[in-house]
Design a protein around this ligand. Structure first.
Ligand code: IPE
Length: 259
């Protein structure tokens, strides 16, 4: 089984509130179906989640009742994105089962405290494709908090031990600097803890679920739980399908610390 995260930056326009990139989503759905691989899917929230979540400071917990309406709006927006994604994937021939974190997970102080992984297992055994996503989830200490796609990826990697983990983004992989700002930025083919420590710490556009460093740090930890962990560009046609099939592609390979 291959665990795949479709990042919010690849399936939405992160700069424009609630903008779904249907063309990319349809193509990625076809690539997943064409690979013939058994997958578990996680998708990010992109502009269906981050914009309002930041506006209402949902990542800091609930301290004012006015935040509850913001939380409800984010919950309905990310469900709408999930429905769009589910439709693209079922039309491509995949038997998708949406598993919203608000209904199968609990947070504690911003950490993912519980995820009912057994549910994912059952649907997988039935040859269906479980899919979950970044959401607003009940938090035993903060009332509510944001559950990111990366936290879900980590837990699912621990519980389901996938053969491979793939992060689909809108850039070719991990770069030595922000490729959108620095023309000299180069792709890092193999990413490990040493590489992470050497990267410049830009705090530009940090979203509610943390900086790129937090994300790479998660990936390094996850790399120990699988045979291969890749970060690739889903905006380039064919890359996801090739990676799922085990072919060589342009990507960053993430290496853990234990192996
Ligand atoms: C964010 O999830 C969830 C919300 C803001 C509700 P992610 O952190 O996984 O989303 P992307 O991939 O960065 O868009």
């Amino acid at each position: 089984m291959i665990l795949v995260k479709l990042g919010g930056s690849v399936i939405t326009d992160k700069g424009r509130y609630r903008t779904f990139d249907r063309d990319t989503a349809v193509r990625l759905a076809k690539e997943i179906a064409a690979s013939g691989e058994s997958v578990v899917l996680v998708h990010g929230a992109g502009s269906f989640g981050h914009v309002l979540a930041k506006e209402h400071s949902l990542h800091l917990g609930i301290t004012q009742s006015s935040q509850l309406m913001g939380a409800a709006m984010v919950m309905s927006d990310v469900r709408e994105l999930d429905l769009e994604m589910s439709r693209c994937l079922t039309e491509a021939g995949l038997s998708i089962v949406p598993l919203p974190p608000a209904s199968c997970a609990e947070m504690s102080g911003g950490d993912l405290h519980m995820l009912d992984a057994e549910r994912f297992r059952r649907y997988l055994e039935l040859d269906m494709v479980p899919m979950t996503f970044g959401d607003v989830v009940w938090d035993r200490r903060r009332g509510l908090s944001i559950c990111s796609g990366d936290q879900l990826m980590m837990r699912l990697a621990k519980e389901l031990r996938p053969d491979k983990v793939i992060f689909v983004t809108d850039v070719d992989g991990v770069f030595t600097a922000d490729p959108n700002l620095d023309p000299k930025a180069t792709l890092v083919e193999t990413v490990d803890r040493m590489v992470l420590d050497s990267l410049p710490r830009t705090e530009r556009n940090v979203d509610v679920t943390g900086s790129i460093f937090a994300k790479i740090s998660y990936m390094i930890e996850m790399a120990d739980l699988t045979d291969e962990c890749l970060v690739l560009n889903g905006k380039v046609p064919g890359r996801l399908e090739a990676a799922l099939k085990g072919e060589d592609i342009v990507a960053s390979k993430v290496i853990g610390g234990v192996k």
